[in-house]
Design a protein around this ligand. Structure first.
Ligand code: UD1
Length: 379
């Protein structure tokens, strides 16, 4: 029998990629107003308007109910501050479920708070593994999964990873990719954006070929010698094709700290973009060069060639079924891989990964309802 009490769900967002995922969940739950009551908590991990506010507006998300205002800091400081401030929110709001997404510091901090005070946590995008403990996100993934009550996975291999780590199979549900839900919902809105024209890429209704770049991983931007290698590859590439690089604040800081002799040549550095403008560029790019996790998935879905400047990926389906290739942060290797990708005429579209169909959030809604009914019945 269905319970008449609303299911009280508290969503956590902190950093840019979280907004895109939680937007899909809030949208799906808002369509079930008689079932869910939602609260949105923003930790404030990302606070610049271009990294945060613009996303809420474009993704049609409500203003957060609670803002923890933690800002930047070392991993320990940021994680500790989120935990301290989030604990009183959970004690006050008494949610049935806290939903955390992805692998950022906010994800782990909030999951850990809940595990310690006995509030159920659902982790969306569980089970992804790069097997590289040097990545802060890998630590966040492994630990969040260990303390979560419900593991909601986006690609098939995630279940194997979780079972290997001793997580009981009844906690794991393969639901698909919520980021692709948001992409499919908002893709039509990119037609009306002027970004291609504004950047001089749309000439007489023909899109000029261009390469789109995003980089922010500590392993690529914090070591000046690695950053120089990547910059030199981009500079060489930009001699032959337009290269557009929306710069993450972390990367901008690192560029500012580098020797003036470092040159990006004709690479066009622009401010970090909002969701719709970025998507408008991404779908039209001849090639994307990135170290982001989500962009590997979006390009796979869009069928756009992608070079990921990393030694590994926690999203292997983007390689097996997508257009993604890994490349070392060495100028010659990046250039060679970029030329190869650009020479290829349009690759035949591959099969889209399983359950990347725009309905992942609806499946999560169903799982949460079932879990809640089971818990009520057992009470
Ligand atoms: C974080 C996530 C990463 C995600 C990325 C997306 C962790 C460990 N990392 O990395 O997984 O891919 O977000 O963007 O959680 N800064 C600003 N303004 C902001 C936010 C950050 O200037 O609004 C600067 C600050 O100098 C800060 C630095 O960027 O110290 C790093 O920010 P932080 O949130 O710690 O990590 P990201 O590198 O953004």
């Amino acid at each position: 029998m269905m319970s008449s009490r609303l299911i009280n769900v508290l969503h956590v967002v902190g950093a840019r990629p979280n907004f895109v995922k939680v937007a899909a969940l809030m949208h799906a739950m808002a369509a079930k107003k008689k079932v869910f009551q939602q609260t949105l908590v923003h930790t404030g991990q990302h606070y610049d308007p271009l990294m945060s506010d613009i996303f809420f507006h474009q993704l049609e998300m409500p203003v957060p109910d609670i803002y923890l205002d933690v800002g930047s800091g070392t991993h320990a400081v940021q994680t500790a501050l989120i935990m301290q401030r989030f604990e009183s929110v959970v004690l006050d709001r008494k949610p049935d479920w806290v939903v955390v997404v992805g692998d950022v510091n906010s994800t782990l901090a909030c999951a850990l708070v809940c595990a310690k005070i006995g509030v159920r946590v659902a982790h969306v995008e569980a089970g992804l593994r790069s097997f590289d403990r040097g990545m802060p996100e890998e630590i966040n993934r492994v630990l969040t999964d260990q303390v979560s009550d419900l593991l909601l996975t986006s690609e098939e291999i995630a279940q194997e990873n979780l079972l290997r780590e001793g997580i009981p199979s009844q906690k794991i549900h393969f639901v698909g990719n919520v980021m692709i839900d948001t992409l499919t919902r908002l893709l039509p809105l990119t037609d009306g954006r002027s970004v291609l024209r504004d950047l001089g890429l749309d000439v007489d209704k023909q899109v000029k070929p261009f390469v789109l770049v995003t980089l922010h991983r500590p392993s690529n931007v914090d070591d000046p010698s690695v950053l120089l290698e990547i910059a030199s590859a981009l500079s060489a590439l930009a001699k032959n094709i337009t290269v557009i690089f929306p710069v993450h604040p972390r990367t901008r800081e690192r560029f500012a700290g580098l020797d003036q002799s470092m040159s990006l040549g004709q690479t066009q550095l622009i401010e970090a973009l909002g969701y719709l403008d970025f998507l408008a560029l991404e779908r039209q790019a001849a090639l994307v060069v990135t170290d982001s996790g989500g962009i590997q998935e979006e390009t796979t879905f869009l069928g756009v060639p992608c070079l990921t400047v990393r030694p590994n990926t926690e999203r292997p389906v983007t390689i097996s079924q997508g257009t993604n290739r890994l490349v070392e942060p060495i100028a010659e290797k990046i250039l060679a891989a970029a030329h190869l990708a650009l020479e290829k005429t349009k690759t035949t579209p591959r099969q889209k990964p399983s359950l990347w169909d725009g309905h992942a959030a609806k499946r999560i809604v169903d799982v949460l309802r079932q879990e809640n009914e089971a818990a009520e019945a057992g009470r």
